[in-house]
Write a protein that binds this ligand. Structure first.
Ligand code: PMP
Length: 397
């Protein structure tokens, strides 16, 4: 039966990484893969993670099944991190959370859950959005459409068009919003813009699904949750998909959370039973190790403070890299305005150059980025920013 298959296209980012690794150029630069890197280009294990991991290894006494919800402590601490401890939806007992295999697992659980809520629901995603969103939801049989979001010409939000599109979406549908650090554009909603989107969501009655893969990478843990918290306080139903891959540096441990908010406690319980059924039908139970690390950190005041400090260091390095690249491009005589890079947030921005220029950067200067000119900001450092800015200048001037 396999003989009838035709090959799927290879993942463009993984292909880029292979080419980068094979490139012998001594000054090669990788701006492809979206993982945090330190100044030396390494993705470190956070020191709070090492400590929590040691504690768990010393005290863990069983590997027995954890159950489809995962760890109750992890779930509670994650929803408090997202919403804040005194959020009205938490106080009203309307919030239910399951641990999931990464943010991707949370999204897939959300997709199957939505399909059970309304088999005809359309999921609306920003144009552009994280490449995996569309495939993930379509794999669950959900129709995916886009709403206007990023203006490649003006390097800003198409906010009026976005509002107009959302204002025509029905209560049967779901709208996916990025909590912060929009992937791939780095272009976030301001708090005032969130307020307007929240008002439209309430008015239209659709269910917002917020993807929060980078809490703490933009402006801070609480600041980045502005949209999540205010949306959750305003709407009747909501879905939140969180990831611990970036902010805890737990990428390969595969840990995240899927949270649903019901209209009241009784309806949240019913929805939760459906969510648990969905989990059982996909992977039965989530992995426990990453959740154990996160709950140890968030449950200890000392480790939590250490985590917040390490997260701040990662955030400040990324924001610093943004400002540094803009300054270096000016220094190398580039006339084109790249100030938007310093204003955008998170791991990514579009450089805004053509695919021919992207290819030229790769071929002649060994600077690697995806065709769309999305760059991973963490790949920049003091050691390569001069070479990078010079290479960009040569290609675009
Ligand atoms: N959502 C977005 C917007 C992302 O960028 C990512 C990771 N690249 C995810 C979800 C999934 O994260 P995870 O690695 O935890 O599955």
């Amino acid at each position: 039966m396999f003989n009838k298959l035709t090959a799927m296209p290879a993942d463009p980012i993984l292909g880029l990484l292979t080419k980068y690794r094979e490139d012998p150029h001594s000054q090669k630069v990788d701006l492809g893969v979206g993982v945090y890197k330190d100044e030396s280009g390494h993705t470190p294990i956070l020191s709070c993670v090492k400590k929590a991991e040691k504690f768990r290894l010393d005290t863990e006494s069983t590997k027995v099944y954890i159950g489809p919800t995962g760890s109750a402590d992890f779930n509670r601490l994650m929803s408090e991190l997202a919403f804040g401890t005194d959020h009205p939806a938490l106080l009203a007992n309307r919030v239910r959370t399951v641990s999931t295999p990464g943010g991707t697992g949370a999204l897939r659980v959300a997709a199957d859950f939505i399909k059970r809520c309304n088999p005809n629901a359309t999921l609306w995603v920003s144009d552009p959005t994280w490449a995996n969103h569309t495939g993930l939801f379509e794999a669950a049989g959900i129709n995916v459409k886009t709403y206007p979001y990023y203006d490649y010409d003006s390097k800003s939000l198409k906010f009026d068009e976005m509002k107009a599109a959302l204002a025509s979406i029905s209560a049967d549908d779901v709208v996916l919003l990025h909590a912060c650090c929009h992937n791939p554009s780095g272009m976030d909603l301001t708090n005032e813009q969130w307020d307007e989107i929240i008002a439209i969501s309430v008015n239209q009655g659709f269910t917002p699904l917020i993807d929060m893969a980078y809490q703490g990478f933009g402006d801070g843990v609480d600041e980045d949750a502005y949209g999540v918290r205010n949306m959750a306080a305003a709407v009747e139903t909501m879905v939140l998909c969180s990831s611990c891959s970036k902010n805890f540096g737990l990428y390969r441990e595969r840990i995240g959370a899927c949270t649903i908010i019901g209209k009241d406690a009784a309806r949240a319980d019913i929805a939760f039973s459906v969510l648990l059924y969905v989990v059982r039908c996909i992977y039965s139970m989530p992995p426990a190790h990453g959740a154990a690390i996160v709950e140890t950190i968030l449950g200890s005041e000392t480790l939590k403070q250490e985590w917040l400090a390490e997260l701040k260091e990662m955030r400040e390095r990324i924001n610093g890299n943004r400002a540094m690249l803009v300054a270096k491009l000016k220094e190398k005589g580039v006339q084109q305005n790249f100030d938007f890079i310093a204003e955008q947030k998170g791991m990514f921005s579009f450089l805004g150059i053509t695919s021919t220029q992207v290819a030229e950067l790769q071929e002649h200067y060994s600077v690697y980025m995806v065709d769309s000119s999305r760059i991973s900001i963490a790949g920049i450092g003091n050691g390569n920013v001069d070479y990078l800015a010079e290479s960009i200048a040569k290609v675009i001037c």
